[in-house]
Design a protein around this ligand. Sequence first.
Ligand SMILES: Nc1ncnc2c1ncn2[C@@H]1O[C@H](COP(=O)(O)OP(=O)(O)OP(=O)(O)O)[C@@H](O)[C@H]1O
Length: 334
Amino acid sequence: MAECSDWSLLHAKVHRTLRSRCLLPRDQRILVAVSGGQDSLCLIKLLLDLQSKWQWHLGIAHCNHQWRSDAAANATYVAQLAQAWNTPFYSETTDRVLRSEAAARQWRYQVLSAIAQKHQYKYIVTGHTASDRAETLLYNLIRGSGADGLQSLTWYRALTPEIGLVRPLLEVTREETAQFCQDMQLQVWEDSTNQDLKYARNRIRQELIPYLHQFNPKVEQTLAQTAEIFHAEVEYLESAAAQLQQNATITNDDATVKLDCLILRNAPLALQRRVIRRVLQQTLQTAPSFAQIEKIITLITAPNCSQTDPLPGGAIAQIKQNCLWIYSSRVEEK
Ligand SMILES: Nc1ncnc2c1ncn2[C@@H]1O[C@H](COP(=O)(O)OP(=O)(O)OP(=O)(O)O)[C@@H](O)[C@H]1O
C-alpha cells in the first residue's frame, strides 16, 4: 500500500476530512461497502492506503442484488480484489426479488449491519460522494421536500445503537473518484443500470446536472455545500421542536395527544409545523403530508370545538378549552 510520501492530493484531502470531522477513530474495525463501481473502489483504495497511519482493521462487504446478468461476476471481482489486498471479505446474495431501488437499499443496509454485528465492526463506510449529495438534494427538492430532505446524505448516521454509517467522500466529486481510479489503475466494474434513463436518478445525473453546469461549473460542490448548511439548520430546528413539544404536551399516550395551544401559538410557525409533524407521525404511524400538517396549523388558532375531517386511519384533531387534541381513532375525551 502507498506510503505517506506517495499520497495523492485526494489521499491528503480525505485524511484531513477524517481528522477534522473525527469520522473514523484510530484502531477501529471498519467495514467498507464495495459495489465495484468507481466511488467505492476509490474509497477502499484510499482507506487501505491510510490504514497503517490510522491503525484500522478494514473489511470489505459486497451485496449481490441479483439485478443484472453480471451480478455474480461482479461479486467475484470484488472478492478477488479483497484477496489481492489481503483484506477480509464478506458477501451476501439476496434470495428474494428486490422490486425497487428503495427495497434494494433497505436490504443492503440490513445485510451490511448484520455482517458488521457478527464480525464486530463498529463502522460501515460507503462511497457516497458530493455528486450523490447534490443529486439527492435535487431529487428531493423536485418531489417537494422541506429542509429535512435537502440536508440529504450526512457524514454520520447511526444504523443501530452499536453501528454507525460513515460517508467519508462527501466532499469529493464523481469526477475526482473517476480520475483517482484511472491514476491508480483500478479497474471499475461498470453498472449498466446507471445508463438507464427510466430512473429519475440517472436523468438527474446525466441530463439535469450537466445542464446546471452551464449556470455554475461547480454546481455539484455548491449543492453539496447547501446540503451541509441545511443539515446543521435541521439539527437545530429539530432540537428546538423537541423542546417545544415537551413544553406543550399535557397528555401523550397511544390513543391521544393533548397539547397546550397557548404555548403552540406563541411559537414560530417553523417550530409549530415540526411539532405537529412529530405528533402526527406518532399518531398516524406514517409520514404526514404537508396538507395534513397545514390543516392542524389552521386549527391551532380556530374557535373552540373546531375539528378536522378524519385523517388517515380515522384520526381526528380537535380544539377544546385552548388545547389541541389529536385522537388516533374516534376516541373522544369523556
Ligand atoms: N452492491 C453493493 N455492495 C456493497 N456496497 C454497495 C453496493 N451498492 C452500493 N454500495 C455502497 O453504497 C454506496 C452508494 O451506492 P450507489 O448505489 O449510489 O452507488 P454506486 O452507483 O453503485 O456507486 P459506486 O460507484 O461506489 O459503485 C457505494 O459507494 C457503496 O459504498
